[in-house]
Design a protein around this ligand. Sequence first.
Ligand code: AMP
Ligand code: MG
Length: 417
Amino acid sequence: MNSAAARPPLRPLDEALAELLGHARALGEFESVATFEADGRVLAQDLRSELQVPAHDNSSMDGYAVRSAEVGQAAAEGRALPVSQRIPAGTAALPLAPGTVARIFTGAPVPEGADAIVMQEDTETSGEQQVRFRRTPAAGQWIRRSGEDVRRGATVLHAGERLGPAALGLAASIGMDRLEVARRPRVALFSTGDELVMPGAVPPSAMPPGAIYNSNRFFLRALLLRLGCTVTDFGIVPDRRDATVEALRSAADGHDLILTSGGVSVGEEDHLRPAVQQLGSIALWQIAMKPGKPFAYGSIGSAPARCHVIGLPGNPVSSFVTFVLLVRPVLLALQGARGEPARTMLPAHFDWPRPDRRREFLRVRRDGEGGLALFPNQSSGVLTSAVWADGLVDVPAGQTIQRGQLVPFLSFAELLA
Ligand code: AMP
Ligand code: MG
């Protein structure tokens, strides 16, 4: 009997992703966190500024605040000008007395009446309180204008933006010490496979025949944490239907997502799909991509207590690639953010002569000559390829690549952030 013939066709990746995002509604729950703790979180509110940044016109140099016309005249006549005040950063300035200049330092407010800063390197001090200038300064030079960074009333960051270090600084610059962010998705993580052994449980010299170390658990946990999730680790679940059902049942309670790896193919040791079907339903299975075909999505329970279930392939590279292309957008969507990665067209510095029926994602690296080098072994079990690579090339189904051809590159710098 050929059961394969009865199976539905593999789902195109874009269609699968759209379907996943249709299921992954934003959790819609928020919390207030210290701005210090908000790196990587998704903002839940628009941030409007109540002040101008900078608040005042200020100097971008150490030097002298001047009236440019007066300086021009004094320079022409070889005359020095008196210094009437000293303005360090953090102090308030008095209006600039006519016929004088003010000693000023970087970040200090420009006194009323001054229209330029002359950097100290372009001056000569003569005596205690006299300065000589060589030429007329351009009006406005070395002045940072009030509001040139942020105008009062402007929205500096929007709800749904993922906060990075620069955004935290910008929020702080408008006085925000706490931010309203989406709550962390709660993810239950487990691995399936009787062959799996945790590093540390058995030394390499004593590994039994057929055993392998559980590598997926390590990178999946790290990827989840980077995306702002809390992770409950359910360890390794044995390759049995009852054990898989039990693990799913207890994980479904109190988690937004159960993420598993392995046991989702077509073999009789693959229990994940029937186990999910026993407790809930499977909406999606098998994607026309390489690596990563045996990917499954389903859910247990109904909203608001619905728990999404994603079964990733067991092969480490398949697991890794499907995570960054399919799970990452889901986790961002649960937090109200979007996550389509940018594509850069770069020349392939390799040939890929054999077309595949599935869309392929090749592990590649920018080679320093503006192009992409290919990792020689593209097997879905070779995790070295994902460490060596700094991104993926997206090869459409049925296509080949010739050296020099421009190909779409997806950077790990973005996919792993
Ligand atoms: P499966 O989908 O369960 O048949 O697994 C496919 C391949 O991935 C097999 O060679 C497994 O041994 C391997 N594999 C499954 N889970 C893991 C894991 N957590 N770490 C490393 N390799 C795994
Ligand atoms: Mg297995």
